[in-house]
Design a protein around this ligand. Sequence first.
Ligand code: PRP
Length: 176
Amino acid sequence: MSLPPVLISEEAIRDRVAELGAQLSADYADKGNLVMIGVLKGSFIFLADLARRMSIPRTIEFIAVSSYGRGSKSTGAVRLVMDVRGNIEGRHVLIVEDIVDTGHTLKYLIGVLEAHRPASIRTCALLHKAESAEVDVDIDYVGFGIADEWVVGYGLDYAERDRTLPYIGIVTPDDR
Ligand code: PRP
């Protein structure tokens, strides 16, 4: 099987992650320790790289959700599988996603985290498929806007394949 064609190269990702890290470090300077919450599983590589490109005090948490009835898109029925472990009340929180597609997952997560009464919640996604949006949800920090294609790599999978590709690739019809 051939490798997926490149949509976003390793170098382009590295450069953009460094920019986002610098921007976040500036925006959250003097705001205390930022809680970065990675959404499993897809965000684990992005979160690891982004967190190491920042220069402010930060804490890492993870949260896990699953979508019911998922075919090619989430349906809006999202379920919490694992909540954050630490106490985030009164803390500034950044949700870190690999991709926002319909927006259902992120909207649901904001609701879950608001119940913990943080000082603020902002959102960061490496990839945003604006054309696919089904709900209105703000993404404060976006790595790359992409068209409505199936993508893999850098944490994203297709049926659990290709998560560890170092770049963002396109799933071709032959690979589905
Ligand atoms: C992906 C991605 C987001 C969600 C976005 O997760 O990591 O969490 O889908 O889709 P939405 O905007 O349409 O809700 P996925 O369900 O593939 O799980 P995974 O991260 O464990 O692979």
